[in-house]
Ligand binder design. Structure first.
Ligand code: ADP
Ligand code: MG
Length: 685
């Protein structure tokens, strides 16, 4: 059995569970082993009720003191139980678990584990887990893996499958040479994978994670470096001149460029007119107005008689760009002949688009990765702009180079990375920064609250909708059961519908919907036939609906600060005052302190650096970044040291054996080719 073996070969995995695993993108044994725990749970020693602190997850061993009390609220079954252990009492609430009424006997002792909350002076626990004391003892003080789940697939089932896979799967031979292994202190891959799933202790876990993060960064940056060799000092085959088109377009725009925008526009013009190919990264905070810079560069390209392409990481964003640009064409009569190319188009529509592209009738191609499929032949592709997706740019460039084309490259990013880090990651790109927001924006008003604030928030939302504004509500998961205790889009939408006046149109959006449905919902939201959009973080990149003024984020403790900042960037885009409500379910001091950073600042760079100070390299899986820098495990901020280490190792390797021809590098070469082939860079969220 190796990594490519189907998980069906594992005992206990039948066709039914195969389907469930597929929902988590697990199809092969390799996928399963790469499905690292998202966290670990330590079952601590039980505490006395009197010592159980509000906000903490505790285990208490106590007796049921009364007859469980049963209630029904609409479809919800509620069971209340009081317990006592002599030191104090606690109220327990269980939802939709009617069978517990028979299990929990008055006077019987049980072990309950959950988050302690308080209502006045009463301590409460909602939906605690129930154990026998023997069962609990067996697990006490061990690191138990917690996996991302899907409805119908339990943590237990994944653990069992992983154990089997670990027993039977063969691994590649070690691919790093002894130099790298030693200087970077890497443990063997097999040991790392085993430990990441079943760590003996925290120290071992850290070492395992180090190896896996190193692997991830190493292969990513290796690809980049190879690109650099391809692109270095490439002669500019598409030298361009500024024409009246861009000048006129700028005059007609209802706003002047900010100083920062004007400076970057100058840099782009210089690049495209110089003797070498442009290779530029534009960094700018959310809302700093990067799109217009892309439009200008593309317009200059079209005016010079060439084709340009604009690529987005999601279909929704691609469609939005297409519409914005069509709007410009109608309003300002600029020389674009735009064509859209996304995965959800019919085969016929795609064929027509391909035909217009190869004939040169279309001079602006906007789309997702469908764009780079082999069928697309350009007539004179001179500029490729990628929005919000670095990795996208990297692979795209390689594909194009393989086809013998070398257009100008412009990469636009809203992820604030410090210059030093950008140079390590993207040594080959020139960097421009749009470090100024358009004038006249009202700063967003923020608040960090706990769940008891919800009714107030709903009233506020209803008020904003009544004034004609629109609202986003973000939940961390799509449907019930993926992770415990987190709000999910589907159920939350129902909840909101009953909490808001019936005239308010509430709809939802998530990554598992069909692309065409996602586009339709987004279009309806843009057209204001939807007032409140409940969504996962799919809307985090790029979406621009200036009439939206409220962003409410549930379980905001689950998100990285940089990511929350991106989400917040979806509001505050128009003339109206905007608001951000971060609802936090975990009320420990650390979480609150972290979220307060967002409250204090609207500056993406500052937020990222403060986040880093608070979390530090010890923070393993607490929050995940997403979007452009979503590595499976590595976090470019907290793992910056590993990033540097991998970068140095690659530099040494490149100096010594750039083509990887030496014997000792053959295993590495195979591994990198494999990884490159399997890396899914293009997500169609
Ligand atoms: P981002 O940098 O996040 O991609 P966008 O390009 O979507 O931001 O711009 C956000 C909004 O700001 C858009 O509605 C855009 O029209 C507007 N905008 C861009 N530049 C300016 C400017 N110089 N003055 C005023 N508004 C601007
Ligand atoms: Mg944008």
């Amino acid at each position: 059995m190796d990594r490519n073996t189907s998980i069906l070969e594992l005992k206990g995995v039948g066709e039914k569970s195969q389907k469930l695993f597929a929902k988590l993108d697990i199809r092969t044994v390799g996928d399963l082993l790469a499905h690292s725990p998202r966290d670990y749970e330590v079952f601590e020693e039980p505490v006395k009720i009197a010592q159980a602190a509000t906000g903490a997850v505790c285990a208490v061993y106590a007796a049921v003191t009364g007859i469980p009390n049963e209630r029904k609220v609409r479809k919800l079954h509620i069971l209340n139980v009081s317990i006592s252990d002599g030191s104090g009492t606690m109220q327990l609430t269980f939802f939709n678990m009617p069978f517990l009424k028979k299990v929990l006997k008055q006077g019987g002792y049980y072990l309950f584990r959950g988050t302690v909350q308080s209502r006045g002076i009463t301590k409460i626990m909602e939906q605690p887990k129930l154990f026998s004391i023997e069962e609990y003892r067996k697990q006490t003080n061990k690191l138990i893996p917690k996996y991302s789940l899907t409805k119908g697939l339990t943590n237990q089932a994944i653990q069992k499958a992983v154990k089997q896979a670990l027993n039977h799967c063969s691994f590649e031979e070690e691919y790093y040479d002894s130099n790298i292994l030693k200087s970077c202190a890497l443990i063997p891959e097999r040991e790392a994978v085993e430990t990441i799933h079943f760590p003996s202790d925290r120290e071992a876990l850290l070492k395992a994670r180090h190896r896996l993060v190193f692997d991830e960064f190493f292969s990513f940056m290796y690809l980049l470096r190879r690109n650099k060799q391809i692109g270095e000092g490439l002669e500019n085959g598409y030298q361009m001149f500024e024409t009246a088109d861009t000048v006129r377009f700028l005059e007609q725009l209802p706003f002047p460029l900010t100083k920062a925008q004007a400076k970057v526009w100058q840099e782009i013009r210089n690049d495209m007119g110089s003797s070498v190919c442009m290779n530029r990264l534009i960094q700018g905070d959310v809302g700093s107005g990067k799109t217009i810079l892309a439009v200008l560069a593309l317009l200059m390209t079209a005016a010079n008689g060439y084709q340009g392409a604009l690529m987005a990481p999601t279909e929704v964003l691609a469609v939005q760009h297409f519409e914005t640009i069509q709007g410009y064409v109608q309003k300002y009569h600029i020389c674009f002949q735009p064509v859209l190319l996304v995965g959800s188009m019919t085969a016929k529509e795609k064929r027509e688009a391909y035909a217009r592209i190869v004939a040169g009738e279309a001079n602006l191609i906007i789309g997702t990765h469908a764009l780079i499929q082999e069928k697309v032949q350009y007539k004179s592709l001179a500029l490729v702009v990628t929005d919000e997706q670095h990795r996208f740019g990297v692979r795209q460039r390689e594909h194009l180079a393989e086809k013998g084309e070398s257009p100008h490259i412009l990469v636009m990013s809203a992820t604030p990375i410090p210059r030093t880090l950008a140079i390590i990651l993207y040594g080959d790109l020139h960097i421009s920064v749009v470090d100024e927001l358009p004038q006249g924006r009202l700063p967003i008003k923020n608040c960090v609250v706990n769940t008891s604030y919800r009714p107030t928030a709903y009233k506020f939302i209803a008020g904003q909708v009544a004034e004609g504004r629109q609202v986003y509500v973000i939940c961390p998961q799509v449907e019930e059961g993926e992770m415990e205790d987190l709000e999910n889009v589907v159920d939350y939408t129902e909840k909101l519908k009953s909490a808001l006046p019936p005239s308010v149109q509430v709809s939802y959006l998530h990554g598992k919907m069909r692309p065409a449905d996602k586009n339709r919902i987004m279009e309806e939201f843009s057209a204001h036939s939807i007032d409140v959009l409940v969504s996962t973080t799919v809307i985090e990149v790029g979406i621009n609906v200036p009439n939206a003024t409220v962003m409410m984020v549930e379980n905001s403790e689950r998100f990285g600060l940089a990511q929350l900042h991106q989400l917040r960037g979806r509001v505050g885009r128009g003339e109206h005052q905007s608001y951000c409500i971060f609802v936090c379910t975990k009320e420990d001091q650390e979480t609150m302190e972290r979220l307060q950073i967002l409250n204090k600042s609207n500056d993406g760079f500052y937020i990222a650096s403060e986040d880093l100070k608070l979390r530090g390299p010890g923070d393993l899986f607490g929050v995940r970044q997403s979007g452009e820098f979503a590595f499976r495990m590595g976090d470019i901020y907290t793992d910056a040291a590993v990033l540097k280490q991998a970068s140095d190792a690659i530099d040494q390797l490149m100096a010594q054996d750039p083509e990887l021809v030496q014997n000792e590098h053959q295993a590495l070469k195979r591994h990198l080719l494999d990884t490159a082939a399997n890396t899914v860079d293009f997500r169609s969220i």
